[in-house]
Design a protein. Structure first.
Length: 223
């Protein structure tokens, strides 16, 4: 059965700095999400056992770096399909000496479904995913009932799913889907106040400049 992708597979130009980082650092910090999808040994990947945060769609990695640097007790696995973003994140991770960040290239849903076991994630961050604004493309949005069921199953009990978007209709859809999901509880009455721990991203600044409101949603797995 052919699965609907939730991202647009763009490439973009990889600079010399980013290409160098990808070449040198990928063997140590990188995970390729590809068939046959071997189970991911996160303890071996990070060299320790610690709570794991999955960042879906890390872009250029600015938010990932800021959050991981402020949260050394947890490990961060950033998933992205855009090579320049992966290269930039790797370069900054090396520059800042961050031991708790690893990067993965490919479809996060394949990683979740086939490489990560249930109850393995302390948190999942979905910040400013592709809004797919055209009605006919809404089926490609990441926050859909089946995908949320998968996300919930990979969270530990007590783990938190944190979504953010600057598209009002997507925010309403997210809230509707998450409120209806079995085993998830909203941590706030409706949309959450902007959490201080979430860094301002390029996409957030762009949305604010365009006059759009920012919406945060935080849900905890209850069982």
């Amino acid at each position: 059965m052919m699965r609907i992708t939730t991202f647009y597979p763009r490439r973009g130009r990889v600079s010399g700095r980013h290409e160098d980082a990808l070449t040198r650092l990928w063997p140590t910090y990188g995970v390729t999400i590809a068939d046959p999808y071997p189970p991911l040994d996160t303890e071996a990947l990070f060299g320790r056992r610690a709570p794991l945060v999955l960042e879906i769609g890390s872009g250029m990695g600015d938010a990932t770096v800021a959050m991981a640097a402020a949260d050394p007790g947890r490990d961060y696995l950033a998933v992205e399909v855009f090579p320049p973003g992966l290269g930039n994140l790797l370069a900054v991770v090396e520059e800042r000496g961050l031991a708790n960040v690893r990067v993965a290239q490919g479809d996060a849903l394949h990683l979740l479904r086939q490489m990560l076991p249930p109850d393995s994630l302390d948190a999942v961050h979905v910040y400013f995913p592709d809004p797919w604004p055209k009605l006919r493309h809404h089926k490609r949005r990441l926050i859909q009932p089946d995908n949320v069921t998968l996300l919930r199953s990979r969270l530990t009990v007590g783990g938190v799913l944190h979504c953010a978007t600057d598209w009002a209709d997507y925010a309403e859809q997210m809230a509707e889907v998450l409120d209806a999901a079995d085993g998830l509880a909203n941590l706030h009455d409706g949309f959450a106040p902007r959490p201080a721990h979430r860094p301002v991203t390029k996409f957030e600044r762009r949305g604010i400049a365009a006059g759009r409101q920012i919406f945060d949603l935080l849900y905890r797995r209850t069982r």
